[in-house]
Design a protein. Sequence first.
Length: 79
Amino acid sequence: AVKVAFHNSNAATAASLGGAPAAAHTALFSVAMLCFTLGDVGSSLSQAFLPPFARTKVTNKVDENGEKTHKKKTIFDIE
């Protein structure tokens, strides 16, 4: 929905420009939409492959007073 609204507002702006500026605007906008699409796909792919590398390290310690501490830390192993 945001991309459609963005496209419509840019189309209205381009319509008020004139011949050559409108053609340059169309070419630049086409390149931008291609980059938006590839960026969206690249982001989804990177998130899809991230979970296998993430794990949680749990640390249990007992201090000198006999109190237990429980800590969780997310670690990314890429090896």
